[in-house]
Ligand binder design. Structure first.
Ligand code: ZLM
Ligand code: CA
Ligand code: ZN
Length: 422
């Protein structure tokens, strides 16, 4: 099988990340990233990949998506300085998104890790890059939302688009059947039939004897919440396709209707897969695999960004899906099997022991290493009793997704994807 082999993996981790604290009662706990790291160390996985400390995101990085006044506000806000109520409201700072100690350092750290990871893929130095502290998909240009302040995903995608361009050189004469192209990833020069590739180009700038093929980035979001911030950022473009699987109906943030498909040039480049509570592994993959297969075939991305929010797992404190760690990680396994440069990001996940289990196991999947179910001793082993296993105990909750509704969703989305293919 194509996915059986090894991959070059680089993993970004900031040792300070676990010390940031959103405040009492807030479900978002950066400590889960430190728990994951400690478990990775216990399993010996840190020796199987390059472990890198992120460079904090610069102002320049952050301003590629966010507004000046919003970033200036995040930089200056501290809990002990007076904060104007109107300004807090303007930037949507609230119980979900409080001003806490070290807020701006935290933002620079998780966003910097995603940008560094994207850069490493651009340079062709890794097949898979990982940042479990990232994936904060709700942040808007000038607004915090749902525990997210800066949108590290948008910044990483912009980085992938920036460097990852494909330049082609047409053989003279211009109407020759073949041309050479290469990409900035470590793809060797290849001879491609012009006829087979040119009609499928999303965008091409044709000079006298050269082609500039613009890169395409696919974003996939398996967090239980809709990936609204990323969708909105790329809603008008055909260079980024966004696909979110999420609980829809009386659930935060309320967007992600199946009929929201993008606009203008971006029409058909946003895909929303609304699901109901209690979805299990079998039902999830009944829609995930055929949809993603069709997306890969129709869109042919140059890089894939996968937001691996662990709040879609069974027993999550905020979530209401019923995925096992195996079922969740099969999404990573499936996307990895296409052999396209892959950026793995974190996201939600509020039952801490299951988040660490999930992201540790998924790091194993990235590396092509199967982990022993019996957990090794490590600093946070006390969180994992009484089972002390990597896999969590399944639940018997009811699956509110009928075969009929899943079929309807699948058929509708596969139909709109077909309109992309010519
Ligand atoms: N109230 N405290 C997912 C983001 C989910 C919006 C309802 C806040 C909470 C939640 C915060 C102690 C990702 C909403 C909630 C109370 C308006 C959400 C602080 C309890 C508390 O007790 C709490 C003061 C807090 C927050 C519950 N918030 C549960 N669900 C969602 C945001 C983020 O996983 O997708 C990616 C990282 N917010 O439902 C309210 C409407 C604010
Ligand atoms: Ca989602
Ligand atoms: Zn979530």
């Amino acid at each position: 099988m194509a996915d059986a082999g090894k991959r070059r993996v680089c993993y970004y981790y900031e040792p300070e990340i676990g010390n940031y604290y959103y405040g009492q009662g807030n479900a978002m706990k950066p400590h889960r990233v430190r728990m994951t790291h400690s478990l990775l160390e216990g399993y010996g996985l840190l020796h199987r990949m390059r472990v890198l400390r992120p460079i904090p995101a610069s102002n320049r990085d952050l301003l590629r998506f966010h507004s000046d006044d919003y970033i200036a506000f995040l930089r200056s806000a501290t809990p002990d300085r007076h904060l104007d109520a109107d300004i807090l409201r303007r930037f949507n700072m609230s119980d979900d998104c409080p001003v806490f100690y070290g807020l701006f350092d935290y933002c620079q750290s998780y966003a910097g890790a995603s940008v560094c990871a994207a850069r490493e893929l651009n340079r062709g130095r890794a097949d898979i890059a990982i940042n479990w502290s990232g994936g904060l998909h709700h942040a808007k240009r000038s607004e915090a939302s749902g525990f997210c302040y800066v949108n590290d995903i948008v910044l990483a995608i912009l980085k992938l688009l920036e460097v990852h361009k494909i330049y082609g050189i047409l053989f003279p004469p211009l109407n020759s059947l073949s041309f050479l192209f290469h990409s900035s990833f470590s793809v060797p020069l290849k001879l491609i039939s012009e006829r087979s590739i040119i009609p499928q180009l999303p965008t091409a700038m044709i000079g006298r004897d050269s082609l500039l093929l613009l890169a395409r980035v696919l974003y996939v979001d398996i967090d239980i919440h809709h990936g609204d911030g990323v969708e909105e950022a790329f809603y008008l473009t055909d260079r980024v396709m966004t696909v979110s699987f999420h609980k829809f109906g009386d659930y935060f943030p309320g967007t992600g209707h199946i009929g929201d498909i993008g606009y203008g040039k971006g029409q058909h480049y946003a895909i929303n897969v609304p699901l109901d509570e209690g979805i299990d592994d079998e039902s999830y993959h009944y829609v995930f695999k055929p949809i993603m297969e069709k997306v890969m075939e129709a869109f042919r991305p140059d890089a894939v960004v996968l937001q691996c929010g662990a709040d879609s797992l069974s027993g999550d404190r905020l979530g209401c899906f019923n995925l096992s760690i195996k079922g969740h990680s099969d999404c990573i396994r499936y996307m990895r099997s296409f052999n396209v440069p892959l950026l793995l990001l974190g996201g939600g996940g509020y039952t801490l022991r299951n988040v660490a289990r999930c992201w540790c196991y998924e790091t194993g999947v990235a590396l092509g290493v199967e982990l022993d179910d019996e957990m090794p001793d490590h600093e946070y082993i006390g969180y994992f009793g009484p089972e002390f296993t990597i896999h969590a105990v399944p639940s018997n909750m009811e699956n509110k997704n009928s075969r009929r509704s899943l079929d309807a969703t699948k058929v509708k989305l596969l139909e709109t994807l077909s309109s992309l293919q010519h």
